[in-house]
Design a protein around this ligand. Structure first.
Ligand code: GDP
Ligand code: MG
Length: 826
């Protein structure tokens, strides 16, 4: 949105809205700055300030800071109005803007409400987006923007994180507060849950203090009706001075009426809209009005928040408001007055000021509800009670949780292996066709070895990942995840963490990035940091391809055991790390376990399937983007500089030939052709391939780091694939796919990994080195996306750096141990 201060000399704009409050607003409106009025910028004063504007037939000058509070639009977007409005007072504003219509009228709305009240569901319903919905607090982090049109209006809609109040204590609250301060949406849609009105309306009272245009969306109206409670919401709306519209966001009921009301409120023709004060105790009111008068006289601070809101928050000693006010020269005086008043109030009421204010607000809400509501809302839904009796039971809680986890992994690996073979066959069919039809040359090599070898190696794991996400999304949506946090609280406490830390850990099985973002539900800063830092040890779905590949190749009979071992190892390392961090680095800051246990809700098929589809889409996009590019780069690095057989030194050829003969004599492996079976021509091909790879750019890089992994008998190709895994863990597999190209291009990668190289006679992996490789992959440095998420959430590069160093050292150590143990027992 443009501001008046953005106009250049000679430009003309149309006033859209006056921001700010009170005296300032009144004065500029009186001067004729009203909605729909044309204003031309004439010139700047010599020092750029103030600025002269022409409107109607006279000129006014405004300070830049004031012009910044007038929202305008370019004149091209408006239809010229035949009626000349002559008004000099705000009283006539209504008549005027009826004659001046914007061609495309834009309404900015923001969804504000408690966590888990259905804001995101409403957002998705309105904007047609498919944002993440989950049945526990703290699902939406940051704001999501969307847009749509309705009845000739364009809506810009923002889904904000859930908050219980407007204060600066948790990241979400601060976010919402800053958003309201800086963005000034035209209409606030306050979403409240019908089944938990009392607590939800607390936030409403704070929004009322702010004095903004507002509509209340009484969501989950279906639950209210089912519970048999009667609520006269029209009446309640009249009392609050805000229209209330019942909706069911998940089915779409009432959404059109909500939009109609938003338009009415925006056009200022809604009859229920009225400004009320949430009246408090006279002792508090007198303090508020004294502070309010001080703020009112100061234009610069009342721009963003109403004086009453500022006064109340200042009395509560809200740090964010404190920061806003501190810049003002009058701050010392205000703060003295505030402290005196606070002391007086707490003396007289025998209570500290924030709790006194909260008590007054709850009193107001109770009063309003007792007049409009019949029946009690306190009773939980029956089915929720019954399920909880089992799921959070002392005896059954853990077994049920373990069973759910077992089911999840069983389905992921066992059921997922069927569609996996189908895709595998499809990929090898495609590569056979390509191999037969294309003419020899670099392009064929690129497609066959680079693209099909790389991307084809990874795409086969799509079904596993979908199944895993189906389970995670079901757990989130139904409300079970919140119970998991609940039953885990005690255990997590032993690690110095909080039950809530468990949710990000379970989500980490899917992907560490959203899991790290979801740590925002944790209030305690140190617990949050620890949860973030241990998250990469939780084996994400991108690591599944590596396990499935190597387990299938080397441990076909012990698959389940090894998967369990790997996941457990990750969890154990996470636990130990958490304890170490708690003991030595982050000192305890206790926060009580306060987490809402929402009623169980059956996830809709629509949202579950959509969730899976969007994960599949993301995976395929990663395939077509990052993984494709990485595969091509890896292929190119291994292809260049390109050699022909003449480039290979004679001594190299002889050496290799000798080795080949020595190797093949001893083995009678069916996969390996005997020395006599190899024609001169074929032998030369093999020698060339070997020479090419190890003398390519990639070969040099790999051989440079090879010594580090030598103790685990991992060759340079494994080293390269591990490094490439920093882009995304799937790239480890696609790199192996590019590097281990056999004679038979259509053979699945798992077969190629077991086939001894005809040149050296060694298989790429032995069982021991494969096991060590998996352990290393489980624990070593996180992928770039995860590192970025860590940096973003912690605000410092220190923590991602710690992850890289600590995780990689630990990975090496444990991989080495694994290798030695495997050697002992085999
Ligand atoms: P947010 O945290 O406010 O963004 O809430 P979400 O949109 O993530 O929704 C929380 C839960 O409530 C999800 O499980 C939704 O499926 C469910 N939900 C949302 N709206 C309704 C509704 O109108 N009725 C019912 N019964 N459930 C709803
Ligand atoms: Mg949400």
């Amino acid at each position: 949105m443009m501001r008046l201060s953005d106009l250049k000399p000679g430009q003309t704009g149309v006033v859209v809205k006056i921001l700010g409050h009170g005296a300032f607003r009144k004065r500029v409106m009186e001067m004729g700055f009203v909605k729909g009025r044309k204003v031309q910028m004439v010139l700047n004063a010599p020092l750029q300030d103030p600025v002269k504007y022409a409107l109607m037939d006279y000129e006014v000058s405004l300070r830049r800071a004031e012009a910044d509070l007038i929202e305008i639009d370019l004149v091209e977007n408006w239809e010229s109005s035949p009626a000349v409005c002559d008004l000099s007072t705000a009283m006539h504003e209504e008549e005027c803007h009826d004659t001046q219509l914007r061609k495309d009228r834009i309404i900015n709305i923001a969804l504000i409400g408690n966590p888990n009240c259905g804001k995101t569901s409403l957002f998705n319903r309105l904007s047609g987006a498919h944002e993440h919905v989950g049945n526990y607090a703290g699902v939406t982090v940051g704001a999501t923007k969307g847009r749509f049109s309705y009845k000739g209006y364009k809506f810009n809609i923002v889904d904000l994180p859930g908050t219980y109040s407007l204060s600066a204590y948790s990241p979400e609250e601060l976010y919402v507060m800053r958003y309201l301060r800086e963005e000034t949406p035209d209409v606030i849609v306050n979403v409240v849950v019908a089944s938990n009105l009392e607590r939800n309306l607390f936030l409403t009272t704070e929004l009322i203090d702010m004095n903004r245009c507002m509509v209340i969306d009484l969501n989950m109206y279906d639950e209210l009706e089912r519970s048999g409670v009667k609520l006269e919401y029209d009446q309640l709306g009249k009392m609050l001075g805000i229209p209330i519209i019942p909706t069911v966001a998940s089915s779409g009921y009432g959404v059109d009426r909500l939009l109609d009301t938003i338009i009415d409120v925006y056009e200022m023709r809604c009859h229920d809209t009225r400004h009320i004060h949430v009246k408090m105790n006279p002792e508090i009111e007198s303090a508020i009005s004294q502070l309010k008068d001080k703020f009112k006289s100061d234009l610069s601070i009342s721009h963003h928040f109403s004086p009453r809101f500022l006064a109340i928050k200042f009395l509560e000693k809200d740090p964010e408001i404190e920061d806003i006010l501190r810049t003002n020269p009058n701050y010392p005086e205000w703060s003295r007055l505030r402290n005196e008043e606070c002391e007086r109030i707490s003396r007289q009421l025998n209570e500290d000021v924030p709790s006194a204010i909260a008590a007054e607000k709850y009193g107001f809400i109770n009063g309003a509800l007792s007049e409009t509501m019949e029946g009690s809302l306190a009773k939980e839904e029956k089915s929720t009670k019954i399920i909880d009796a089992f799921v959070t039971n002392k005896l059954f809680g853990f077994p049920i949780f373990l069973a759910v986890m077992w089911l999840m992994f069983w389905a992921t690996f066992q059921l997922g292996s069927y569609p996996m073979t189908w895709i595998e066959n499809l990929v090898s069919w495609i590569s056979t066709i390509v191999g037969k039809t294309m003419t020899e040359g670099p392009l064929k090599d690129l497609i066959l070895d680079g693209i099909i070898g790389g991307v084809g190696g990874v795409i086969v794991f799509l079904p596993n990942i979908l199944i895993l996400y189906f389970f995670i999304s079901f757990m989130e949506d139904s409300g079970y995840m919140a119970r998991v946090a609940f039953i885990m609280d005690k255990l997590m406490h032993k690690m110095g963490l909080h039950g809530k830390s468990f949710i990000p850990l379970v989500m980490g099985f899917g992907c560490n990035v959203p899991a790290i973002m979801s740590t925002r539900i944790i209030e305690s800063k140190s617990s949050r940091l620890i949860t973030i830092l241990i998250n990469p040890f939780i084996s994400c779905s991108a690591r599944i391809p590596i396990y499935v590949l190597l387990v299938g190749a080397f441990f076909p009979t012990h698959g389940a055991l090894i998967f369990v071992f790997l996941y457990l190892l990750g969890i154990i390392v996470a636990v130990v790390t958490a304890r170490l961090l708690r003991k030595h680095i982050f000192k305890e800051d206790e926060t009580p376990f306060v987490m809402e246990l929402p009623p169980y809700r059956l996830p809709t098929w629509r949202s579950t399937l959509y969730n899976m589809w969007s994960k599949a889409y993301q995976y395929i996009r990663k395939m077509g983007g990052l993984i494709l590019v990485a595969s091509i780069i890896i292929w190119a690095l291994s292809y260049f500089p390109h050699y022909s057989i003449e480039d290979v030194p004679q001594s190299y050829k002889e050496n290799v030939l000798k080795e080949m003969q020595a190797n093949t004599k001893g083995t009678s492996n069916a996969n390996c052709k005997t020395a006599e079976g190899i024609s001169q021509e074929h032998a030369e091909q093999l020698i060339l391939a070997e020479y090419q790879q190890s003398n390519s750019i990639l070969g040099h890089i790999g051989q440079f780091v090879e010594p580090v992994m030598q103790p685990m008998e991992m060759g340079w190709k494994s080293c390269v694939s591990l490094i490439a895994g920093s882009a995304a863990k799937e790239v480890v597999v696609s790199t192996l796919g590019v590097l281990y190209v056999g004679d038979d291009d259509s053979a699945a990668l798992s077969e190629r990994l077991q086939t001894p190289s005809p040149v050296t006679g060694q298989t790429p992996f032995t069982p021991a080195s494969a096991m060590a490789f998996m352990v290393f992959v489980l624990l070593y440095f996180p992928c770039v996306a995860t590192l970025t998420a860590i940096r973003h959430e912690t605000g410092s590069w220190k923590y991602p750096l710690f992850s890289v160093v600590y995780n990689t050292s630990l990975a090496w150590l444990l991989a080495f141990l694994t290798f030695q143990l495997m050697r002992l027992f085999s």
